[in-house]
Write a protein that binds this ligand. Sequence first.
Ligand SMILES: *Cc1c(COP(=O)(O)O)cnc(C)c1O
Length: 383
Amino acid sequence: MPDRMRFETAAIHAGQDPDPTTGAAIVPIYQTSTYVQDSVAKHKGFEYSRTDNPTRHALETCLASLEGARHAVAFGSGMAAITTLALTLASGDRVIIPDDGYGGTYRLFSKVTPPLGINFEAVNMADPDALGKALAGGAALVLAETPTNPWLKILDIEALAAASHAAGALLAVDNTFASPFLQRPLELGADVVVYSATKYLGGHSDLVAGSLATSDDALAERLRFLQNAAGAIPGPFDSWLLLRGLKTLALRMRAHCSGAAEVAHWLTGRADVRSVHYPGLEHFPGHRVAAKQMAAGGAPLYGGMVALELGSRTEALALCNNTKLFWLGESLGGVESLIEHPAEMTHASVAGSEVEVPDTLVRLSVGIEHPADLIADLERALG
Ligand SMILES: *Cc1c(COP(=O)(O)O)cnc(C)c1O
């Protein structure tokens, strides 16, 4: 097998040699908790499935390869991955998170970790002065997200890495919205990449999983220890489903990106849509940085998420309630299109806080259906 496979090839082959015992072309679902040993403490590399499992092992090898990382560690959800990353911190450490990040991340750092002595600050990371001020207060970890959720703001990962490292902090990037096909934060200076694999990596809305990837050997060893010690692992079946999803990630991402671009451009022509947020639009504030750091095969690609603001809460709710192809639901990144109202759905847990989302905002996860059908659905629902 070649040393350095291209993305599309690694998705099919990394960690996925034919099964050594049977020749099975697809990595089997090793649905077992334990492994029979040859003699005391003499085993074939697996002892207990919380510690390691062959299906999960194949998944982790593939995830690391797609990221260009030395290590990837899989978890039972994106939040399990972020919680395990938080467990690398100690009492007295401070974390800086985005002021428009994933609601569950905000909930974790505002409600779960403060009693452990881990404090946080939510800042607008697109504003270098605000970030600089927060870093000046001392930080062990900066956990960034780009594109952000739900505004799709773009952060410059290289600049964030430089600022974080100058302040002695590690930079973790939640890359869930971009996927490793469009954006590889480690190559831009980040120390850790975080995923909710539930979204684009799995891609079929049929599993919940997460992962962390890093090329820092010491950090990887700590994460691997915590994966086993805290135990927030994915099971063999979900690991297998995720491995299957990864095989088509490149194809799916291209379709998500072109569909989202068509939908976003169409929305900008509507008088009843107050604003459209999509990194591929030329007037979008983060467009130039996105064009620099989000690409596949040398060509910029801007992801499958679109946000739009309507004139009122009533109009936003009417759109969410009236689409037929865009199903009303939380989550994103599946082959089917979804629509949602962040203020009362995904971001309800941040209502009343400094990161509250306006009730005029609607978020779209553009699936891989034909874009003309998706546009017709929106046109009818807006009408
Ligand atoms: C969904 C999501 C998470 C949480 O992942 P789960 O798999 O739902 O636990 C974290 N970050 C982002 C950006 C997400 O979209």
